[in-house]
Design a protein around this ligand. Structure first.
Ligand code: SAM
Length: 322
């Protein structure tokens, strides 16, 4: 059975119920509050039950994501952030992505935010044998984890991660370790300092290092892909939320999105701030205002999980009458 999505409204209602009990509110009012919470829970359960199940390997990825000690990874400097399992999009959204890949007959998909590979594999399962999903992930240590988690899937070969997309830069392991063998402490300490940043040592001579920006961060890599004239039929943006506006402009204005293509933006409610905050300058409002102000775009907000905003070119949605 898939994990339940963490519904924020259910959590808010649960905290209200606890407060009401502590304040000895009339039992019939508490009962009404419990009924409202149960309606939300049952709606989520029904939604999951009415949607197709994920594949066996996606199920294993989900389990591994929920049981992993992400705090230990963070404390040991293996990850930039203390990841949370709830970052994974889950069964219903995964099946939506899979359906859209199939409806589009997509051959090339671009994803920002690989995490443990759940959404990437869900989409890869609907791609044809020669289809590709390019996934951009800033946290390099996730790549070997995903490769291990997906190794038994026949669809794993369709998933290309970060440096496989562009001419790979020489990495620290390729070049630096040999040249700097006499200075291991120096290399170790510089590498450690670099861990949270998207830079890597590429060439070294004693006491001198060259650094390059690694290909993980979405904005830079997408700009390079656009420069190279690459195009994608479907794009799933699920990385750094503040980048969304730039990523969107890159998709439509630099034609990274193929004609007839679709962009999906995850967490468009931005942890609920879209509808709980009246701050017009919040990233959620800026994104919404941008999309609404562009007369060449068509958008629909899918109210699942933390909001999935689906955007297409208007000319691909509204057809001529003649
Ligand atoms: C919400 S998780 C992605 C979940 C995944 N799409 C899924 O549903 O299984 C977000 C991921 O984006 C990555 N990320 C954040 N900012 C990024 C950036 N600027 N470039 C590339 N990846 C980024 C994070 O490291 C994290 O792994």
């Amino acid at each position: 059975m898939p994990r339940r999505s963490g519904n924020r409204i259910v959590k808010a209602l649960e905290s209200c119920i606890e407060q009401a009990k502590a304040a000895r509110v009339a039992p019939e009012i508490i009962e009404n509050m419990c009924r409202s919470r149960d309606m939300m829970v049952k709606k989520d359960e029904f939604t999951q039950e009415a949607s197709s199940s994920h594949s066996k390997i996606c199920g294993e990825i989900e389990e591994a994501t929920y049981t992993r000690d992400w705090k230990a990874d963070y404390d040991q400097g293996k990850t930039q952030w203390h990841f949370q399992p709830g970052m994974l999009c889950g069964q219903v959204e995964g099946q939506l992505l899979k359906s859209l890949v199939s409806i589009h007959r997509a051959k090339r998909v671009l994803e920002v935010g690989l995490f443990t590979g759940y959404s990437a594999l869900s989409m890869a399962e609907a791609l044809p044998a020669d289809g590709e999903i390019y996934s951009l992930e800033i946290c390099e240590s996730l790549k070997p984890l995903v490769q291990n988690l997906t190794k038994d899937s026949p669809h794993a070969k369709k998933i290309k991660i970060n440096s496989e997309l562009l001419t790979p830069y020489p990495t620290f392991v390729d070049s630096a370790s040999e040249l700097l063998t006499p200075y291991p402490t120096f290399v170790d300490s510089v590498s450690e300092l670099l861990t949270p940043h998207p830079y890597r040592i590429t060439h070294t001579l004693p006491y001198v290092c060259w650094f390059v920006y690694f290909t993980g961060p979405a904005l830079e890599t997408m700009a390079k892909l656009a420069d190279a004239g690459e195009q994608f039929d479907l794009m799933f943006l699920d990385g750094e939320k503040k980048d969304y506006v730039h990523l969107l402009e890159m998709s439509f204005d630099r034609n990274l999105l193929s004609p007839g293509g679709t962009v999906l933006i995850d967490n468009a409610y931005m942890i609920g701030t879209a509808y709980t905050s009246s701050d017009d300058t919040s990233p959620a409002h800026i994104l919404k205002d941008l999309v609404k102000s562009r007369k060449d775009l068509h958008s629909v907000m899918l109210p699942m999980n933390d909001g999935v905003l689906m955007i297409r070119r208007l000319k691909d949605v509204e057809r001529d009458t003649a």
